[in-house]
Ligand binder design. Structure first.
Ligand SMILES: *Cc1c(COP(=O)(O)O)cnc(C)c1O
Length: 228
């Protein structure tokens, strides 16, 4: 647990260095700590070091953690695949969901977000490399889903999220990130008020920042290897 502080400093230093190279300011980049499969104690410790936002992929696991960490100043992001029978839990317990990729989910989140809570922040997940097994809308279907999102109550469309094809498959993530930036800029040009382009993970935050990311999602390089 001692190295959490070192890990956090290292990630922040990498972000700062990537920003310098990209001619951007570190304040433009949020760091989301991806805590799936990591313990409540580690999340609490990292939160006490000043890390405020955490991302979780599995609804049941996340609900237990949210419950146990009540009273801590934590912003919870849901970033995993979501089945429609779990939307109500996400609508009631999270501040953000970054993995919206179809209208049915969008409609349910809007209907189920409690009126006494602030709007649920949403990113649309884009399957930028058109991988058959991967979640996310295809680029050509983005416009329609974005249009639906801004017309629904109790949700606030903040931007886009992507997980590019693995670099191990001989693919340069920079190309995917560049394509995402183009989609994001198109929405801005069409009058959408967005501020979030969520892309970049432990292994590739640099090309993501170079291509306009405003939020990097870091698991391994903050918490260490995920337990099985
Ligand atoms: C697990 C996960 C991450 C973090 O990946 P690391 O390589 O451990 O940094 C980021 N985004 C999503 C959507 C994830 O599921």
């Amino acid at each position: 647990m001692n190295n959490l502080k070192e890990n956090l400093n290292n990630v922040r230093a990498r972000v700062a260095k990537a920003c310098e190279k990209a001619g951007r300011l570190p304040a433009e980049i949020a760091v989301l700590a991806v805590s799936k499969r990591h313990s409540v104690d580690k999340i609490r410790a990292l939160n006490q070091l000043g890390q405020q936002s955490f991302g979780e992929n599995y609804v049941q696991e996340a609900l237990l953690k949210i419950e146990r960490l009540q009273g801590n100043d934590i912003e919870w992001h849901f970033i995993g695949p979501l089945q429609s029978n779990k939307t109500s839990e996400v609508a009631r317990h999270f501040h953000w969901i970054q993995s919206v990729d179809r209208l049915k989910i969008l409609n349910r989140l809007s209907a189920q977000r409690p009126v006494e809570l602030p709007d649920l922040n949403i990113c649309i997940q884009v399957n930028i490399d058109r991988e058959p097994q991967k979640a996310g809308v295809l680029p050509e279907d983005l416009g329609q889903l974005a249009e639906a999102a801004i017309n629904l109550p109790r949700i606030c469309l903040r931007g886009l999220m992507t997980i590019p094809m693995a670099a191990a498959e001989n693919h340069d993530p920079a190309a995917s990130y560049q394509a995402m930036r183009t989609l994001y800029l198109e929405l801005l040009a069409n009058g959408y008020h967005l501020d979030t382009l969520s892309m970049g993970m432990s292994g590739d935050l640099e090309p993501a920042i170079m291509n306009g990311s405003t939020m990097v999602r870091i698991g391994t390089d903050l918490f260490g290897q995920r337990p099985e």
